[in-house]
Design a protein around this ligand. Structure first.
Ligand SMILES: Cc1cc2nc3c(=O)[nH]c(=O)nc-3n(C[C@H](O)[C@H](O)[C@H](O)COP(=O)(O)OP(=O)(O)OC[C@H]3O[C@@H](n4cnc5c(N)ncnc54)[C@H](O)[C@@H]3O)c2cc1C
Length: 309
């Protein structure tokens, strides 16, 4: 029986694995490689404390895994399909192979970003198409920024983008400006342009001014269905994301109104003995937040196992 099965091997999963391994707990983190951890979409992050020169997502992921394994933690390239049982005796059914038994669980499966339906958009993912101005808006200060989405949420995102630039354009991608509701007036007052037509193409172009010279910014703007073109430094997607909750969908975990897992201050969910960390929990989807939540969960689990022994 494992002390803890960690579902996910991104920053949250690997951090909790490292801590538990350092407490000499038997812990396994599942999910290396597939589905693709969000870190692998990051060219280079510049806002992670301690890395003034930035760090590539791929490099960070490798180092987190190396560190957790060096302490004795195990990472397995297996997908969890369904989790059953209760505190002290959980069973994790895998897509392939024998189920795992574990006394505690940490959920760290992250989220899936919703991509806009624009032809060939995949190759722009994480480059020209971005999701997180909190992460990289600074690198695009003063540039032409586009934001794609609809409803009050895209309006709020556009207003936040003004932190970085005065050249903001909203692309409603086929939705009516009426979806912006009371924000329409504010956006007009702030000089934020709004276009309702669908985006049908990303204009190709190798950017000379890319924040990271290693990155392949193969995008220079968007073309709308009416033929108009808009040069942009980046296009932010504001379509939201889906939580990877499949293995626990049947458990009735308490979620907030946006669908994120509610935990207590120790990261324990509404199911006793089941903890959650990272993008599944907080709407501030940040690596440093994932580190912190994973640390709290691991320490709490270690102490509670001690109490139960
Ligand atoms: C383009 C982009 C740029 C970003 N830039 C920054 C930045 O500059 N700074 C910053 O702080 N944050 C940034 N972020 C956000 C950051 O990547 C996330 O906050 C962070 O990766 C969350 O970590 P996580 O461990 O919760 O999830 P993830 O990193 O997504 O890891 C999830 C893990 O769960 C596994 N998994 C999923 N389902 C299962 C299953 N059923 N069974 C087993 N395993 C499973 C996956 O394989 C993966 O290993 C960016 C995100 C994107 C998309």
């Amino acid at each position: 029986m494992l002390d803890c099965a960690i579902i996910g091997a991104g920053p949250a999963g690997l951090t909790s694995l490292e801590y538990l391994a350092r407490f000499h707990r038997r812990a396994v983190a599942l999910g290396a490689g597939a589905p693709k951890p969000r870190l692998l979409f990051i060219d280079r992050t510049y806002n992670l404390p301690g890395y003034p020169e930035g760090v590539k997502g791929q490099v960070l992921l490798r180092r987190l895994r190396q560190q957790a394994e060096a302490m004795g933690g195990t990472v397995r390239a297996s997908m969890a399909q369904r989790i059953e049982g209760a505190n002290g005796d959980f069973t994790v059914h895998l897509q392939r192979g024998k189920p795992l038994q574990a006394r505690k669980i940490i959920l760290a499966m992250g989220v899936r970003d919703r991509r806009p339906d624009i032809p060939d958009i995949e190759r722009h993912d994480g480059h020209f198409l971005r999701y997180c101005p909190v992460c990289d808006g600074f690198e695009h200060t003063g540039k032409r920024l586009g934001i794609l989405g609809s409803g009050p949420s895209v309006a709020r995102h556009a207003l936040f983008l003004q932190t970085f630039s005065n050249h903001i354009t909203i692309f409603l991608h086929g939705h009516s400006p009426d979806t912006l509701g009371r924000y329409r007036k504010t956006l007009a007052e702030k000089g934020i342009e709004v276009h309702a037509a669908r985006v049908v193409k990303i204009i190709d172009g190798k950017r000379e001014d890319a924040a990271d010279p290693d990155s392949n910014y193969a995008g220079a703007g968007v073309c709308l269905e009416d033929g108009s073109e808009y040069p942009l430094s980046v296009l932010y997607g504001a379509l939201g994301c889906d939580l990877r909750l499949e293995p626990v969908a049947h458990l009735g975990l308490k979620l907030d109104e946006d669908g994120y897992i509610i935990t207590d201050v120790n990261q324990e969910t509404s199911v006793p003995g089941m903890y959650a960390a990272g993008d599944l929990v907080s709407q501030i989807n940040q690596i440093s937040v994932a580190f912190g939540q994973a640390t709290v969960a691991a320490v709490r689990i270690h102490n509670s196992l001690d109490d139960e022994e």
